[in-house]
Design a protein around this ligand. Sequence first.
Ligand SMILES: [Zn+2]
Length: 178
Amino acid sequence: MTVREFYEMPWIGREHPVFDLTNTVVVGAGPGRGDVDFLADPGLTAIWRERAGDRALAREPLGALRALREPLRAAVDAQANGEPLPDPVREELNGLAAKAPVALRLDADGDLRREETAPGAGPALAREALVLLAGEGRGRIRRCDAPSCGMYFLRTRRDQAWCSVVCGNRARATRRRA
Ligand SMILES: [Zn+2]
């Protein structure tokens, strides 16, 4: 990934909301090819919050974001590897999601509104993760294997190995050079 792409974080706010939090680590893109963690660098955290937009997740305190990211990454990583979720991860997400009741309200126009009643964004995101993992994510979550990426995504083709066209081009160019 080029430095420019990296700071623009074009993948944040574009995929499933769960990936907005899991995809805050760029694999092999740091000095000495270590990983770059957006939640470990105040400048990158600020850009990430901006990219995440006006959703509750963007306003979540840093400690809560880090704590929530751990089971979410473990869960999507297991699915990307075709493995069952580790029991403690599954239980943690189940427990978190149980703290996110949704209130239904009928408004004056006769429309039904869903309102999150839990304080903070964590429980609702955990609930969305359960729906993703058991539903559209099942068998479709992949981890991009292009150099300097490692983002999780929902594949749209069976053989899709990269999260984006940019990553596909970079991976092919690297292969040609090798
Ligand atoms: Zn990628």
